[in-house]
Write a protein that binds this ligand. Structure first.
Ligand code: LLP
Length: 423
């Protein structure tokens, strides 16, 4: 079921017309459907029923407090990669014990903050992090529950910039070196080994890489147990893909059933860290056409949403569906690039699209923008961060307002040696 559909010729998020939000909030803005977020969560919740498993939302995909709280109230933990994300998770009401701290380069100060807050599990990615964490835990007089993230060297078949499970990626500890790392962890007095973790990439549209990786990690778990380590948890990571164009990603039940099969008899509590799959299709970006510029080669539709608002098209050659907010039944289309107003040729949301002829003032909706959209936005060109709106049934609320230019400027300072600005 899509939570973004035309009703009476106008695109709605659940029961709210996007044009009505635009009239109140201005454009561009991100819009999330609470119903879609809940539905995606429910599929995971249903799928793990009866399994010894939990879901920690990878909040890097969308870290708005309201989104985190929505999942937290449904029972989610959080997968974090920074102390900033930890503070968000706590502020949104996620209990510290349900937080997993991932990341390839954690600083001693960050590890200390995480231990002080009582995060449930730290996924360690290098021997030097093991040593640092042990020292920090010793200073605090606590034991840190850890897994080691291993790199199983499988090809996730995704875009080069979001694959993580190959030998040549910086992530995790090479699976062939993992036993040495566990041996070190076992010798460090302030660490308590609780399991093993992996994450092989993002936007996976096949189960095969997961299966190969699990098979490898399973074998490792046997060796580690023989070496005397307590491996009670297996963190599978995230990475399940969504639909942007015509992908056919595995269903959540199929994914979970495959993992259940492949880990059968292993005696591990499983953790899943989905990000994109929980939020991606639940969010859209809405922009307004500023002007249309016919060119010799093609037409440019210049909209007020730009690469600073959604960087995925230019950073990953990502394809996002774009549709007019007012339903168009005209058969005729024009070939166009949908671009922003930023002074860079890379500032596009779509290239070579066939869309009904658009005119200044028309609203357009960019689909599947709920994951890695708002969180990756910047204020380049002093463009205020696009506001975020949550719709729930027939209600909507701004969950992050657009900052004023004054607010943006007020964060900056002149050095004391500069002349004050003349009034
Ligand atoms: N766990 C770990 C350790 C991760 O590094 C990630 C994502 C996830 C879970 C969640 O993965 P997901 O389920 O969302 O695929 N900015 C890129 C995606 C980067 C993903 C980074 N790691 C994009 O826009 O496609």
């Amino acid at each position: 079921m899509s939570f973004f559909t035309y009703r009476n010729g106008a695109m709605h998020a659940e029961g709210v017309a996007l044009a009505a939000i635009a009239a109140q909030v201005g454009t561009p803005f991100y819009c999330y459907s609470a119903g879609a977020l809940r539905a995606a969560w429910q599929e995971f919740a249903d799928g793990i029923r009866g399994m010894n498993a939990s879901v920690c939302y990878a909040m890097k995909a969308n870290s708005n407090l309201a989104v985190i709280r929505l999942f937290g109230e449904l029972g989610a933990g959080a997968d974090i990669v920074s102390v900033g994300e930890m503070q968000r998770a706590l502020a949104a009401g996620i209990p510290a014990g349900r937080i997993i701290y991932s990341g390839v380069g954690k600083k001693a100060s960050e590890l200390m903050a995480a231990l002080q807050a009582g995060v449930g599990q730290i996924n360690v990615e290098s021997s030097s992090e093991l040593e640092t964490l042990n020292a920090v835990a010793g200073q605090l007089g606590v034991a840190a529950d850890i897994t080691i993230r291993v790199n199983p060297d499988v090809d996730a078949g995704t875009h080069a910039k979001i694959t993580t499970g190959r030998k040549e990626n910086k992530f995790g500890i090479d699976i062939d070196l993992a036993r040495d790392a566990y041996a070190l962890a076992g010798r460090l007095p302030n660490l308590r080994v609780v399991g093993v973790a992996m994450h092989i990439g993002s936007q996976l549209t096949s189960l095969d890489p997961y299966r190969s990786a699990i098979v490898r990690v399973r074998e490792l778990i046997g060796q580690l147990r023989a070496d005397g380590h307590a491996i009670d948890r297996f963190d599978i990571g995230g990475g399940l893909g969504i639909v942007y164009a015509d992908e056919r990603p595995p269903s959540i039940p199929d994914f979970l059933a495959m993992v259940a099969r492949e880990t059968d008899g292993l005696g591990c509590e499983l953790t899943f860290e989905p990000g994109r799959r929980l939020v991606g299709e639940a969010g859209v970006l809405v922009g307004e056409v500023i002007l249309v510029k016919p060119g010799a080669a093609k037409t440019f539709v210049i909209v007020d949403a730009a690469m600073n608002d959604l960087i995925r098209p230019t950073l990953y050659e990502a394809w996002h569906d774009i549709v007019p907010v007012r339903e168009r039944r005209d058969a005729a289309t024009i070939r166009c690039d949908i671009v922003g107003p930023i002074c860079e040729s890379g500032d596009y949301l779509a290239q070579n699209r066939d869309l009904p002829p658009l005119a200044a003032g028309d609203l357009v909706m960019i689909r599947s923008a709920g994951a890695y959209g708002a969180v990756m936005a910047s204020a380049y060109n002093t463009r205020p961060l696009a506001p975020e709106v949550m719709v729930d049934g027939t209600r909507f609320a701004v969950i992050r307002p657009r900052p004023s230019i004054e607010e943006m400027l007020s964060a900056e300072r002149f050095p004391p040696w500069m002349e004050p600005t003349k009034p």
